[in-house]
Design a binder for this molecule. Structure first.
Ligand SMILES: [Ca+2]
Length: 262
């Protein structure tokens, strides 16, 4: 009996160790292959990008140039726009239900708008910087430039939980624009030419998507014109990315590195 107990204990211990080792697994290395290209307003300092029901919504930043936009993807035409004064620096953007949630960088507020009219519904205080926002169908998920992802109740912005994003134990800071894609959180990392694919349960980076080839096409000499902007069209399984001040958006498919050659 004691041997049985010992064996059971050993098995349980091995299982626990096995589970704990999982976050140390090397992330899958992916690259992006361009499927299609769309025009993008080259003056848009893209901070938030989201797709909802055949429309693209975009948040642009900088004091005096911040805006909320509905955009026709095919033509790049801005169909609807709400501008901010010089007081606000807009950041990430999410659609949840019939509302748009738009972050501000350092104003410590989150705006909630009617998705169709762009009328302001509510303003929530937010105690951190605002960088990126998405949702998992239940919670809003926010980044603040650190390695933390905050999970919030959409009705009152109360914090439900938070995770620290890590790649094999190393914290991944400067998490920027976000998108929830098939159970994972995709995150731009400020001034990096790759997207982190994150397990929202524990913050583990499960994959990296290398976008350096796409970024090379968009380099303009402006150091602020960095990769930032991810949206996902679940109806057509399209992943679309862009950058600040880029003249184009790209629909891409992700493939393991080494399998992108003809
Ligand atoms: Ca997004």
């Amino acid at each position: 009996m004691n041997r049985l107990c010992a064996a059971a204990f050993l098995l349980a211990a091995l299982l626990v160790v096995g589970c704990r080792q999982q976050p140390n697994a090397a992330p899958t290395q992916l690259t992006a292959v361009i499927v299609s290209e769309y025009p993008h307003d080259q003056t848009a300092f893209t901070q938030g990008l989201v797709w909802d029901k055949n429309a693209m919504y975009e948040s642009t930043g900088l004091f005096g140039q911040s805006s909320l936009r509905r955009v026709d993807l095919a033509s790049g035409n801005v169909l609807q726009r709400r501008n901010y004064g010089s007081q606000f620096f807009a950041e990430g953007l999410a659609v949840f239900g019939d509302s748009l949630y738009q972050l501000t960088w350092s104003n410590r507020v989150i705006f909630q708008y009617d998705k169709d009219s762009f009328d302001l519904r509510r303003t929530f205080p937010w105690p951190h910087e605002g960088w990126g926002i998405t949702h998992d169908g239940s919670s809003l998920i926010i980044s603040d430039g650190s390695a933390t992802l905050y999970f919030l109740a959409p009705d009152d912005m109360s914090e439900r939980r938070r995770v620290t994003v890590r790649d094999r134990g190393r914290e991944i800071t400067r998490l920027n624009e976000l998108e929830y894609v098939k159970g994972s959180v995709y995150a731009n990392v400020w001034h990096e030419e790759r997207i982190a694919v994150i397990n929202p349960a524990d913050g583990t980076v499960t994959a990296w998507i290398d976008l350096s080839a796409v970024c090379a096409r968009m380099r303009s000499g402006n150091p602020d014109a960095v990769l930032n902007g991810i949206m996902y069209d679940a109806d057509t399984d399209r992943l679309i990315i862009t950058g600040k001040l880029w003249p184009a958006l790209f629909a891409v498919k992700t493939v393991p590195i080494g399998q992108n050659q003809p």
